[in-house]
Ligand binder design. Structure first.
Ligand SMILES: Nc1ncnc2c1ncn2[C@@H]1O[C@H](COP(=O)(O)OP(=O)(O)O)[C@@H](O)[C@H]1O
Ligand SMILES: [Mg+2]
Length: 406
């Protein structure tokens, strides 16, 4: 069925699928066991949103609804550039929804897949920047207090690659506080039930002990995997994964990736201490260690340009292990030399990407190529026009001269 042009979204790419209360729903951004997430717009909210809606059958289960409401309640406190903010929470058409700030950009999971297929290793400075920003967001969440100054005791419980988005402005955003636990959570986990993805679960949580340090373990697993390009504990069987979490000897990331310096090995391995007392004791402490690491020298702009480059790769690299790394060093050199000249172009590129959805985001770089082609075409037309004007003047002069002579 043809779609009326008014039924298209702001980016002119995706058609309106349905209306949900005041929201126009566009394409799906993600779908989990309990809820779906769609790109959406409401006249009441200036920016596009990521609308998370409980599936109608889930909205009938009181415990799950209570957990969803907890996520929305918690969001009131979460005000940090590294955490997707919440615009609205409500109930429509028999189900509950939360409207989050839409973060344009790929998740770390998409980045891992793209790099595994076309880019090779993610450069150390890129991983450091991601780790630093992730710890910064967690430091905020872990340290929050309620209106009476009492610590909320937030633990995200699901820090994992699909819950971290690298936005098109270079800001790393933590999403999905759906499993987050606070001291005041309405929903208490049933004994023996572990929440979160088994690959990223801290060993002590398997026996029921949970605090903010569990999230730092998860950050350690994420950084280890980004640095090595390999899953750390993964096994097709969940039980075997949990066994590995408990007992697999953890190799230093440099064992697989010789680019990783020894002190970064130590930062990551300190997050992966099985005894929480020996682990980083706070996200702030880990963030500071990553912040002062000598290889951390990327600006947000350089991170974005590298991401754009990485997602524009469509062919198997010749030397898998080096491609992404050498591209980054070229980017650092060129952005350092042309920092001032490059900025307007970048903000234009960022603006362009803002109009794209996550589904289009893996085409990072295609937008730039398109813009360049359009610019080349415009220059071509201008040159043609100039030539035509010159030819016309030439002809007029010749005619005038000929008439004069006559
Ligand atoms: N604020 C957002 N901006 C952009 N994409 C989002 C946003 N929130 C979620 N998504 C996309 O939807 C997926 C699922 O959302 P999430 O909140 O993690 O739900 P679930 O509980 O199903 O894991 C994410 O992995 C991401 O791809
Ligand atoms: Mg999720």
């Amino acid at each position: 069925m043809a779609v009326d042009s008014r039924d298209r979204c702001w980016c002119c790419v995706c058609a309106v699928r349905e209306r949900f209360g005041s929201y126009e729903i566009y394409e799906e951004l993600g779908a989990g066991g309990l809820a779906s997430v769609h790109l959406a717009r409401s006249p009441a909210i200036k920016n596009p949103v990521a609308l998370k809606r409980l599936y109608p059958h889930v909205a009938e289960v009181r415990e799950l609804v209570a957990a969803f409401i907890d996520e929305a309640r918690l969001a009131r406190y979460l005000r940090h550039p590294g955490i997707a903010r919440v615009y609205e929470f409500g109930r429509t058409k028999g189900t509950y929804f939360i409207a989050f700030e839409f973060v344009p950009g790929p998740t770390l999971q998409q980045l891992q897949r793209q790099c595994a297929a076309y880019v090779g290793r993610i450069p150390v400075p890129v991983v450091l920047e991601i780790g630093y920003q992730l710890c910064d967001a967690l430091e905020h969440a872990h340290g929050l207090r309620d209106e009476h100054g009492q610590p909320l005791g937030i633990v995200h419980r699901d820090v994992s690659p699909s819950n971290v988005i690298v936005s098109s402005s270079g800001q790393v955003k933590l999403i999905d506080f759906g499993l987050a636990k606070t001291k005041q959570s309405t929903v208490q986990s049933q004994a023996g039930i572990i929440k979160g993805k088994v690959n990223y679960i801290a060993p002590e949580y398997i026996s029921g002990r949970l605090d903010a340090r569990c999230d730092l373990w998860a950050v350690g697993v994420v950084l280890h995997e980004l640095l090595t390009g390999k899953r750390l504990f993964h096994d097709p069987e969940n039980l075997a994964t949990l066994e590995r979490v408990l007992s697999l000897p953890i190799p230093a990331p440099s064992h697989t990736n010789p680019d990783v310096p020894g002190d970064l090995d130590r930062i990551v391995l300190a997050a992966l201490e099985r005894d929480p007392a020996k682990r980083w004791q706070s996200a702030g402490a880990m963030r500071t260690a990553l912040q002062h690491h000598e290889s951390r020298r990327l600006t947000h702009q350089q991170l974005v340009v590298w991401m754009e480059w990485a997602f524009s790769q469509r062919q198997q690299p010749l030397r898998v292990e080096q491609t992404g790394v050498s591209a980054l060093y070229e980017i650092i050199e060129s952005t350092q030399i042309e920092a001032v000249g490059e900025l307007p172009a970048l903000s234009e590129a960022t603006e362009q990407r803002r109009r794209q959805s996550v589904a289009h985001m893996p085409a990072y770089g295609a937008a730039t190529a398109q813009r360049r082609a359009a610019r080349r075409q415009t220059l071509g037309w201008i040159a043609l026009l100039v030539v035509a004007v010159l030819v016309a003047i030439g002809v007029a002069v010749v005619v005038a001269l000929a008439r004069g002579r006559l």
